[in-house]
Ligand binder design. Structure first.
Ligand SMILES: CC(C)(COP(=O)(O)OP(=O)(O)OC[C@H]1O[C@@H](n2cnc3c(N)ncnc32)[C@H](O)[C@@H]1OP(=O)(O)O)[C@@H](O)C(=O)NCCC(=O)NCCS
Length: 196
């Protein structure tokens, strides 16, 4: 069963280099620093932030979702500096099916260092071990192969390409759908599950 209380606390999740934690208004400058970058926003459904006010609005939206126990994102804190360098979280959660979708983004200067793989592994562990989910999905635009690499490194399997699935920044785009099931997760040794 899905643990109905899980959103009550959205606990901090620790990994070797990261702390996933709820955002606070103090993170606005950090969020603005990378969310203004058009390269970061290219394959996500939000536009680059033009002002720090837009970053504050985003955080306020997340705070409302935390309070309402609705699907939300953690800030990804880089432990060395305490700065927020990205976000990862749930786009939706279906209690009837024990299923959810994850989404994420990361500041450009941190790309290709295995950081999102480390963060996604922690979220999947939480999803299966604590939330009791049965299926976790993720999708990426076919023109964003780095995101597909993250999913595969987390043992998610590609289930297909959804043609023209999203209208993003003026174009219909194809997306690849990935998922991991509880039985796939259970089959992995605990060492591989927690590898960072
Ligand atoms: C996609 C994103 C989250 C990846 O995060 P990351 O921390 O760089 O990911 P990792 O370092 O864990 O893994 C990236 C993998 O992609 C690979 N990669 C990078 N660019 C690539 C490209 N153009 N083609 C194919 N693979 C690529 C890397 O080599 C790496 O794989 P490897 O470890 O096997 O070498 C990050 O680039 C990002 O935030 N982008 C902007 C927002 C976004 O697109 N979010 C996802 C929306 S679906």
């Amino acid at each position: 069963m899905l643990n109905a209380e899980f959103m009550t606390y959205m606990p901090d999740l620790r990994t070797a280099r990261l702390r996933l934690r709820k955002l606070t208004m103090r993170d606005a400058a950090d969020i603005f620093r990378y969310s203004r970058d058009p390269e970061v926003a290219r394959h996500v459904l939000w536009d680059p932030h033009h002002t720090i006010g837009e970053s504050r609005s985003y955080i306020r939206y997340m705070l409302r979702r935390y309070r309402a126990h609705e699907p939300a994102s953690w800030g990804i804190e880089w432990l060395d500096t305490g700065r927020v360098i990205g976000t990862i979280g749930f786009m939706w959660i279906q209690r009837d099916n024990n299923a959810a979708e994850v989404g994420y983004s990361l500041a450009r200067e941190y790309w290709n260092r295995g950081i999102m793989t480390e963060a996604l592994r922690a979220v999947l562990r939480y999803a299966f071990d604590d939330m009791g989910l049965n299926r976790v999905e993720a999708q990426h635009e076919t023109t964003n192969p780095a995101s597909g690499a993250v999913m595969r490194k987390c043992h998610m399997a590609k289930e297909g390409t959804l043609r023209g699935r999203l209208f993003n920044k003026g174009h219909y785009v194809d997306v690849d759908l990935y998922a991991i099931l509880r039985k796939d997760y259970n089959r992995m040794g605990s060492k591989r599950r927690s590898a960072t």
